[in-house]
Design a protein around this ligand. Structure first.
Ligand code: ADP
Length: 256
C-alpha cells in the first residue's frame, strides 16, 4: 500500500491519508482478484495440451533404447525434463487458485514419516546428483495427506537445489518433541537476508538476488504454508547468510 510508507515516515494520520489507504487496498484486492482469475483460466487451458504432450513423450521414452537414435533419446529426455518443469509450474498455479477459493481438500491417512522421506529422497536422487542425507526417528507415524506432505518436502528440496547450486549436500531430518514431529531440510547455500524472511511464505514473493535469475513464480512456499496450516502444523525457516538455510515444518504426531 503506497500510503503506508507515508505514515511510517512521520506524516500526520489525516482523514485524507486514511481514505487514500482504503482505496489503495480495494484497488490492490481487485487487481489480485483479476490476476487470480486470469491465472486460473490460463492454467486450466494449458493443463490439457501439456498432459497430451507428456503422454506422447512418455510413449517415445518407452521405445528409446532399441528403436531410437541416441541423439533422439537425448532430445526426448530433455523435452521430458522441460515438460516436467512446466507441469510443476502449472500445478503450482492451479494449487494457488484452489487454495484461494478454499478448495484445498486433504485426504488423511496414517503413514510412517521416515519411510515417506526415504521414498521422496530416492526419487530426487534419480534426477539430481546431490547427496541427500536423511537421519532421525524411523518410528514416527502421522495422520496426514501423504501426497501433500510429500509436495512440501519436494518443494523444500527443489529450492535447496535451485538456490544452493554450488553445494552438493542436502540434509533431511525427522524428529519428535512435545507431541509434534519436525521435518527439516537443510542446505549449505547463500542463506536468506533476515529482513526478507518475514515475506518468504507470501504469495508471489521472491527475493531479488541481483544479477542472478532463478526460474519460478514465488508460489511454492506459499502453497507449502497453506498445506501445513491446514494440517494444524507450523512452517518456518532458520537461515544464516553465507552458511545456508533450514526450512522446516511441524505436525502433530500419532502414537501407534
Ligand atoms: P520460487 O522458488 O518459485 O521463487 P518459492 O515460494 O518456493 O518460490 O520461494 C520464494 C523465495 O524464497 C524464492 O524466490 C527465493 O528467493 C527464496 N528461497 C526459497 N528457498 C530458498 C533457499 N533454500 N535458499 C535461498 N533462498 C530461498
Amino acid at each position: 500500500v503506497r500510503s503506508t510508507g507515508k505514515l511510517y515516515s512521520g506524516d500526520i494520520f489525516t482523514k485524507a491519508n486514511f481514505s487514500g489507504t482504503i482505496q489503495d487496498i480495494t484497488q490492490k484486492k481487485l487487481e489480485e482478484q483479476r490476476k487470480d482469475d486470469f491465472l486460473s483460466i490460463a492454467s486450466h487451458e494449458l493443463k490439457t495440451p501439456i498432459t497430451t504432450l507428456k503422454g506422447s513423450l512418455q510413449l517415445l521414452s518407452r521405445y528409446r533404447d532399441n528403436m531410437l537414435h541416441p541423439m533422439v533419446v537425448k532430445l526426448v529426455d530433455q523435452a521430458n525434463a522441460s515438460v516436467t518443469k512446466i507441469t510443476g509450474l502449472i500445478d503450482d498455479l492451479l494449487n494457488t487458485t484452489r487454495t484461494n477459493e478454499g478448495q484445498l481438500f486433504l485426504n488423511y491417512r496414517s503413514f510412517n514419516l521416515y519411510e515417506m522421506l526415504e521414498t521422496c529422497c530416492s526419487h530426487i536422487r534419480m534426477r539430481e546428483k546431490y547427496r541427500l542425507i536423511l537421519h532421525g526417528n524411523k518410528d514416527l507415524y502421522i495422520e496426514a495427506d501423504e501426497a501433500r506432505i510429500d509436495q512440501v518436502v519436494v518443494n523444500f528440496v527443489n529450492n535447496a537445489v535451485k538456490y544452493a547450486p554450488d553445494q552438493r549436500e542436502i540434509h533431511l531430518s525427522v524428529e519428535e518433541s512435545g507431541g509434534m514431529v519436525k521435518v527439516s531440510v537443510r542446505d549449505f547455500g547463500p542463506g536468506i537476508p533476515a529482513d526478507k524472511i518475514p515475506y518468504l511464505f507470501d504469495r508471489y514473493y521472491r527475493v531479488d538476488y541481483s544479477g542472478v535469475q532463478y526460474s519460478g513464480l514465488g508460489l511454492g512456499l506459499y502453497i507449502s504454508a497453506e498445506i501445513i496450516k491446514k494440517h494444524h502444523g507450523q512452517i518456518g525457516v532458520d537461515s544464516e547468510l553465507g552458511k545456508g538455510s533450514t526450512f522446516w515444518f511441524t505436525l502433530p504426531v500419532r502414537k501407534v
